[in-house]
Structure formats: structure tokens, C-alpha cells
Design a protein around this ligand. Structure first.
Ligand code: KG4
Ligand code: ZN
Length: 334
């Protein structure tokens, strides 16, 4: 079996299409929706409309770049969830119509599982079992990955996701959307020990990030009242200190999971895995604890259809197809 699959991703604010052949990604086209910048966050209704506008050109480009004709496809895959309902509906409906028109089977993909399976796009891939810290704008999870399609969530956030904590912190500091990457950039020149923000340590493998957000809000209010230019003058140090608290919160649980499971194959996935501080911390941990650390290529950290295609490839081999009755699930679990 050497399947050629077209995959569609439309869970949030990226419209993406990818073609994969026999497990090799031939194209990965991503159209980022700039419209949300002026609102300081993703507006679901606008995201759906932008997906609707982007989807046909993005799919055409993906097929063209891969040099694959529609007649060569063996299946069509789409993101079933989790994500924004209206956004998911665009990808799901498009994939269904496309598959129906070409009489092809359909594959529905779990977005969070796909973030993890992005590690199988390029070599070297982690070996099973491995632990994956999945960190995105909507999720924060420690996942025990037993095989390509068998995963168990060991712990997760009980409130905000870490990506949300990055974005909201950035917003409180007056940084433009999307705040996570901007905060990362500023943190690179700052002193992470200058200010202290809470490192929340819940029992077990669960996380909490809402307290950090509140503490930043109070910090900004208090210091700006005393000295109006305080934030501006200390921006890099504040960013570095916030980033350090968020990374330490993540690392505490990752350490615990690695210790208690005895697993040294450690991966990170999702949008926040692009964070330079988190990547550097994992590289250090790799030396210190003998972990084999897997960091995704930047192209595959944030939302993209190549990861959906990779998951679809394994699902195709396993005979995991869906029907024309498939519908999105905004709260789909791993
Ligand atoms: O996986 P993703 O593209 O979308 C979701 O599935 O949520 O993740 C987006 C999240 C956003 O919160 C964004 O700010 C964050 O990933 N992010 C970063 C960085 N790049 C993206 N956060 C911190 N540092 C970065 N370099
Ligand atoms: Zn994502």
C-alpha cells in the first residue's frame, strides 16, 4: 500500500492543505489569516469566512506543488476536531464534497494526535513508548504515546492552555497579536530572574495557568500605577520572567512523568513547541538527564495540514476510514 492522500486542516485560523505519498509529505500549503490581528485574537466567525475564501486556492496549490493530479489520490482527510465549530465545518464539508466527487474514502483526523504525529514527518522519529508534551493555544497535555494511533493523556490543564497564557500575558503587556511569538522574541534579551511569577504545582500531572495570568494582571496594574513607563522600560526582563515561570511549570510535570514512567524518549508538539526558551530548556534536560529529545521543525509546530496528512497515512494503513455522515467535534479528545 502506497497511499496518496490529500489532507485539509481548518481547526482555527490557519487554512492548510497537504499531499502525502507513501508517508512522504510532498506539499504543505498554509494560509495564515491576518484579519484577526486587528481584533487582538481569533474571531471565530471571521475565521470560518476566511477558510471559505482560502480553501479552494490552498488545495489547488497543494496539489500543484506536489505535482499530483486528483485522479492519483487514494483518500481525502480532514481535521474532525478539536477546534472552532464553524472553522472545522468548512474543512469537513469541503473534504466530503471533494471525496464524493472523486469517489474516494474519507479519513477524519484528531488535531491533537496529529500534532504529535508530526514527529514522523522527518527523521529521526521517536521510538515507542514516548512522552509528548503537547502545548498549543487550546491544549496543554502530557501524552503517553504507545503507538502511532494509541495514545493516553496522563495529565492536562485544568483551566487555560499554556499558549493562551503566553497570548494573554502578551496582551496585558500591550504587545500585538499573536502575542506568544512576540513575547518569546523579547524574552531572548531579558533577565528571567528579574521578576517572580508563580509556578503552580498541582497534584499529579495536571497543570493550571489561570493564576499566572491573574498575577501578571496585578503586577502590571501595581507597577504602572507607581511608574507609568515601568512596563516599557522593563519589557524584555518581564517577558523573560513570565516565559521562565511558564516553562518551569511545564517542565515540573514533564520531569515527574519521565521519572515515574521511566521513559527517556521525550517529544514536544503544538504551537508553543516553537518557543525558543522551551526548546533550549529541553536541550539542556537532554544532556542532564540522558533524555532523547525530539523538537518538531518550526514548519510543523503551529497548525499545518502536513501533520493531518501524516496521521491520515497511518490511519489509512490501519483501515481507519469514516463515512459521508462524519461531522466535526469541537471538543474531540485524544
Ligand atoms: O498549535 P497552534 O498553532 O494552534 C492551536 O492548536 O492552538 O498553537 C498556537 C499557539 C498560540 O497560543 C501561539 O501564541 C503559540 O502557539 N505560539 C508560541 C510561539 N509560537 C506560537 N508561544 C510561545 N512562543 C512561541 N514562539
Ligand atoms: Zn494546533
Amino acid at each position: 500500500m502506497n497511499p496518496t492522500i490529500l489532507a485539509i486542516e481548518s481547526s482555527c485560523d490557519e487554512t492548510s492543505a497537504s499531499v502525502i505519498q507513501n508517508g512522504r509529505v510532498l506539499s504543505n500549503i498554509v494560509a495564515t489569516q491576518a484579519i484577526h490581528e486587528q481584533y487582538g485574537g481569533v474571531v471565530p466567525e471571521l475565521a470560518s469566512r476566511a477558510h471559505q475564501q482560502n480553501i479552494i486556492p490552498v488545495v489547488s496549490q497543494a496539489l500543484q506543488k506536489a505535482n499530483i493530479a486528483k485522479s492519483q489520490l487514494d483518500a481525502v482527510a480532514f481535521t474532525r476536531g478539536p477546534g472552532l465549530l464553524g472553522a472545522l465545518l468548512v474543512g469537513c464539508s469541503f473534504a466530503k464534497s471533494f471525496a464524493l466527487g472523486l469517489n474516494l474514502p474519507l479519513i477524519e483526523v484528531n488535531h491533537m494526535q496529529a500534532h504529535i504525529l508530526a514527529h514522523f514527518i522527518d527523521e529521526p522519529a521517536p521510538s515507542f513508548p514516548f512522552l509528548c508534551l503537547t502545548v498549543s493555544g487550546g491544549h496543554t497535555q502530557i501524552v503517553l504515546v504507545k503507538s502511532h494511533l494509541d495514545m493516553e493523556v496522563l495529565g492536562q490543564t485544568t483551566d487555560d492552555a499554556v499558549g493562551e497564557a503566553f497570548d494573554k500575558s502578551a496582551k496585558l503587556l500591550g504587545l500585538p497579536y499573536p502575542g506568544g511569538p512576540m513575547l518569546d522574541k523579547l524574552a531572548a534579551t531579558g533577565d528571567p530572574t528579574k521578576f517572580t511569577f508563580p509556578i503552580v504545582n498541582l497534584p499529579g500531572y495536571d497543570f493550571s495557568f489561570s493564576g499566572i495570568k491573574t498575577s501578571i494582571l496585578n503586577f502590571v496594574k501595581k507597577n504602572s500605577a507607581a511608574q507609568p513607563d515601568f512596563i516599557k522600560e522593563n519589557l524584555a526582563d518581564i517577558c523573560a520572567s513570565i516565559q521562565s515561570a511558564l516553562i518551569q511549570t511545564l517542565m515540573k510535570k514533564l520531569h515527574l512523568a519521565a521519572k515515574e514512567t521511566g521513559i527517556k524518549e521525550i517529544a514536544i508538539a503544538g504551537g508553543v513547541s516553537a518557543n525558543s526558551g522551551l526548546r533550549a530548556t529541553l536541550q539542556e534536560a537532554s544532556k542532564k538527564y540522558g533524555w532523547n529529545v525530539y523538537l518538531p521543525a518550526f514548519e510543523y509546530c503551529t497548525d499545518n495540514a502536513a501533520m493531518i496528512a501524516m496521521s491520515a497515512h497511518f490511519q489509512y494503513l490501519a483501515g481507519d476510514f469514516t463515512t459521508q455522515y462524519a461531522s466535526p467535534d469541537p471538543r474531540l479528545k485524544v
